[in-house]
Design a protein. Structure first.
Length: 72
């Protein structure tokens, strides 16, 4: 079984009012709506878990590896 940790990014949408955005929407998005990076844990190419940090993803992967080799 192949367990991988892969980062992926989600770009949040902007539905702010024109007053909040101002004259430069790209600048506003860059400051107020930066992309969010998550860490996916994949088992045989299927995502089985998502975490907010690489450290949590590493812990999840280690737990999965131990669980897969332990007698059920």
């Amino acid at each position: 079984m192949d367990i991988k940790i892969v980062p992926y990014t989600i770009d949040p949408s902007c539905d702010c009012s024109p007053e909040a955005v101002g004259s430069d929407k790209n600048l506003h998005i860059g400051k107020a709506h930066t992309p969010i990076t998550y860490w996916g844990v994949f088992l045989n190419e299927s995502r089985v878990s998502t975490t907010s940090s690489r450290e949590l993803a590493e812990k999840t992967k280690a737990w999965m590896e131990n669980w897969l080799v332990s007698p059920q």
